[in-house]
Design a protein around this ligand. Structure first.
Ligand SMILES: CC(C)(COP(=O)(O)OP(=O)(O)OC[C@H]1O[C@@H](n2cnc3c(N)ncnc32)[C@H](O)[C@@H]1OP(=O)(O)O)[C@@H](O)C(=O)NCCC(=O)NCCS
Length: 186
């Protein structure tokens, strides 16, 4: 099993973010990351410096290879979850374990009461990550995206704070040092 840890994304991770976005064409829809400047801007946004988003980097041998983020709706105590993984590190269960870790924390000490996410129907790996991380399939937004001239359905999922905690193994993470997603530190 690949040794990996999880920690809040930091501004100095921008180079690793650029490497991940350059690793596969399917990363293009995850954000506008093309070069050093756009990677720095994305990392700043994802780190929550000037946004209601908080991302956590999956670290393998001192490099961030993947990311799980939450965009926070403080009024409703809801978080929109997203994730990506460098192509060379996919298929090892890392995103599933990281999403489980982040979701368990976000719905506990993190202070949120509902998490939600969605993926294109032609991206089944993303759906597996959601199910393994304890999300429940909630429905389909038909024809939501227009991609290459084709309208694609989006499958949506949710996890509530009192839903069962999934059995998926978590990643090593010092969550006691993570500031809550709501309140004075958010
Ligand atoms: C989706 C993504 C994050 C998955 O990352 P990953 O680290 O490979 O995920 P994991 O290894 O934790 O789990 C992948 C799961 O998908 C399954 N899977 C992979 N390809 C699949 C396919 N074509 N059909 C069905 N399941 C598939 C794997 O078997 C695994 O499921 P399992 O745990 O039941 O065996 C990665 O492919 C990615 O970054 N894609 C581009 C960005 C993206 O689409 N993000 C999600 C946006 S909604």
């Amino acid at each position: 099993m690949t040794l990996a840890t999880l920690r809040p994304l930091q501004l100095q991770d921008a180079g690793d973010v650029l490497a991940a976005f350059s690793s596969a064409p399917d990363m293009a829809r995850q954000g506008d990351v093309r070069d050093e400047a756009s990677a720095a801007a994305y990392t700043r946004w994802a780190s929550g410096v000037d946004s209601a988003t908080r991302a956590f980097g999956i670290v393998v041998v001192d490099h961030v290879v993947g990311c799980v983020g939450i965009s926070i709706d403080r009024v409703n105590l809801v978080g929109w979850v997203w994730y990506w993984m460098h192509a060379e590190h996919r298929g090892k269960g890392l995103t599933s374990r990281a999403t489980t870790t982040v979701a368990n924390w976000a719905l506990g000490e993190g202070g949120l009461e509902r998490l939600e996410l969605g993926h294109r129907a032609n991206n089944p790996a993303s759906g597996r990550v959601a199910l393994v991380a304890g999300f429940t399939w909630e429905g389909v937004e038909r024809g939501k995206f227009l991609i290459d001239g084709e309208r694609l359905d989006v499958r949506t999922y949710g996890r509530l704070h009192d839903d069962p905690v999934p059995t998926c193994e978590t990643l090593a993470a010092d969550t006691s040092t993570w500031p809550p997603l709501i309140g004075e530190h958010s």
